[in-house]
Design a protein around this ligand. Structure first.
Ligand SMILES: NC(=O)c1ccc[n+]([C@@H]2O[C@H](COP(=O)([O-])OP(=O)(O)OC[C@H]3O[C@@H](n4cnc5c(N)ncnc54)[C@H](OP(=O)(O)O)[C@@H]3O)[C@@H](O)[C@H]2O)c1
Length: 351
């Protein structure tokens, strides 16, 4: 195995471009799986880390969290996967472990076996790779008792009766995170109100939203409150977490009589909260092998596993695919930095 070519895209200092170089060959620890990556997806965290050096303990550093590929080796404690499993999607967790072997933007990654799921045989790596980070992020934000604590969906397809006639607001339903949130909430039987640009109204409904409104409307809060009238609002999730989106979500919750808000950015600046509105945020540890958030196991098993197999959970948003080697990763990061609409930038490794 040590003869296999191993390369990684390195960031040597903040603001420097990625540089592809030889890398040490990783071996999986007991709870880990070694994956040969075939597709890698970009997230805003990649350009944020590249621009600021945030969450980097030592240099050079390798970015990347969403990976899909083939299982090359499994650690002694992993029982759910086998060497040679053709198609898996996984969450790479270097941002938490700070170990280069766990980074995504390289040819081979080791990661916790509990954050690796088999994908259907006929599903492209470039499709499956759009999901891991978005799914994991939303699973906690929506269903963990430390966050919104909504009643989660299950693989059986039966919707929890507790969610009947209840409504949730997902702000930013065409983003990667928002797309996963809509799918999971709709699968849980909740009515989903969302905000997107008008060009993405149809996209949001295909994802499972009951109603989509334009976040640029000057009276968006009033329109959302009107759309929620007569339903029990169980919370709001801001997948964007800008100053204006947070303020709008808070005003919406206030207008409907109060409730909890969860959001994606732990660093977001919050306005003063009106009475009856509470915020829940923060990020749980990413290493499920070391505990992690228990909801991940359930959501990964039900959705990355059974849900993808049955077609109840779909890779969304659509992949915008760049083909080539690890050298294409910088182009991908730059595209995300410029801004995408209802798309996930993916590099398909064809070397
Ligand atoms: N990706 C992840 O798994 C992840 C995990 C943790 C945290 N986060 C954080 O969550 C945020 C979103 O990440 P992402 O990857 O989901 O982003 P993304 O997919 O790159 O976001 C692009 C989308 O954002 C929408 N958008 C932009 N401004 C908006 C606004 N003011 N209101 C509503 N929608 C707006 C756009 O909608 P239209 O085109 O319809 O206008 C576009 O479709 C980032 O700050 C990221 O760092 C992401």
């Amino acid at each position: 195995m040590s003869t296999m070519k191993k390369k990684a895209a390195y960031l040597s200092t903040p603001k420097s471009p990625l540089s592809v170089q030889d890398a040490p060959f990783p071996r999986p620890e007991a709870h880990d799986v070694l994956i040969r990556n075939h597709a890698l997806a970009m997230n805003p965290i990649d350009f944020k880390q590249q621009d600021s050096g945030a969450m980097v303990n030592s240099w050079p550093y390798t970015l990347g969290q969403d990976i899909a590929g083939t299982v090359v080796e499994v650690g002694s404690a992993v029982t759910t996967l086998q060497k040679g499993d053709r198609g898996v999607a996984a969450l790479a967790s270097q941002i938490v472990t700070q170990k280069g072997a766990n980074a995504g933007f390289q040819l081979y990654t080791t990661t916790a076996g509990s954050m690796v799921a088999r994908i259907p045989d006929d599903m492209a790596f470039t499709d499956a790779v759009v999901l891991p980070l978005g799914l994991t992020t939303t699973a906690s934000a929506l269903f963990s008792t430390a966050y919104l604590g909504l009643v989660p969906p299950n693989a059986s397809g039966r919707m929890p009766v507790e969610n009947k006639i209840k409504l949730v607001l997902i702000w930013g339903g065409s983003s990667s995170v928002g797309s996963c949130a809509i799918q999971l909430c709709a699968a849980a039987g909740l009515m989903v109100l969302t905000t997107v640009s008008p060009r993405n109204f149809e996209y949001a409904k295909e994802s499972g939203a009951t109603e989509a409104l334009d976040y640029n409307d000057s009276d968006i809060v009033e329109k959302l409150a009107k759309a929620a009238y007569g339903k029990e609002v169980v919370g709001a999730y801001d997948a964007i977490s800008s100053e204006t989106s947070l303020a709008a979500c808070i005003n919406f919750l206030h207008a409907v009589g109060g409730g909890k808000l969860s959001f994606t950015l732990a660093s977001a600046k919050l306005p003063e909260l009106p009475q009856g509105v509470a915020v829940v945020a923060g990020r749980p540890p990413l290493r499920a092998a070391d505990g992690g958030d228990p909801i991940w196991r359930q959501v990964w098993a039900d959705f990355m596993g059974a849900g993808l197999q049955s077609g109840k959970f779909k890779p969304k948003p659509d992949a915008l695919v760049l083909k080539g080697g690890l050298e294409r990763l910088q182009d991908g990061i730059d595209l995300v930095r410029k801004g995408v609409s209802a798309k996930k930038v993916v590099v398909e490794l064809i070397e």
